[in-house]
Write a protein that binds this ligand. Structure first.
Ligand SMILES: [Zn+2]
Length: 146
């Protein structure tokens, strides 16, 4: 399952990527977003009723009505079956794929105390940002659980 997300759902994007869903978040107009979803077979997520109606003829679309990201996830979950644990993860910032990297290779790229404390590191294949199992990810996952 893949998603294309409209501009009004920026916070949701990060959650979907962490959950391991390939998620496009693009500064596109309605038409381009619809085209993109149709081409890639992604589900289009939007808060815009008009757009949802338009898109319905071309691709699978889910209209979300809530403002709060936690509520949006609930809405989404009532429409599609979301997995609980990611098989792979995508960079919350740019959506690139994350790959595990040898600890030694990123020694100069993270704070020393992080380097010392963490065993596993991931790097975004697209933007190069480095991730580890920090409090941030844990907090996000905890929110996803409830
Ligand atoms: Zn990235």
């Amino acid at each position: 399952m893949k998603f294309v997300v409209d501009r009004m759902l920026g916070r949701l994007v990060r959650y979907l990527r962490i959950l391991g869903y390939e998620t496009d978040y693009l500064d596109f107009d309605d038409e381009q977003l619809i085209k993109r979803s149709r081409k890639s077979g992604a589900i289009l997520l939007t808060r815009d009723g008009e757009m949802a109606q338009k898109a319905g003829n071309y691709c699978r679309v889910i209209l979300l009505r809530k403002h709060e990201v936690r509520e949006q996830l609930k809405e989404l979950r009532s429409r599609v079956r979301l997995r609980k644990k990611p098989r792979e993860s995508f960079c919350p910032v740019c959506g690139g794929g994350l790959e595990t990297v040898p600890k030694k290779s990123i020694e100069r790229e993270v704070f020393f105390r992080v380097f010392k404390r963490q065993k596993r590191f991931w790097k975004c294949k697209n933007c190069g940002k480095i991730y580890w199992r920090g409090t941030h990810l844990r907090a996000l996952r905890a929110r996803l659980r409830d």
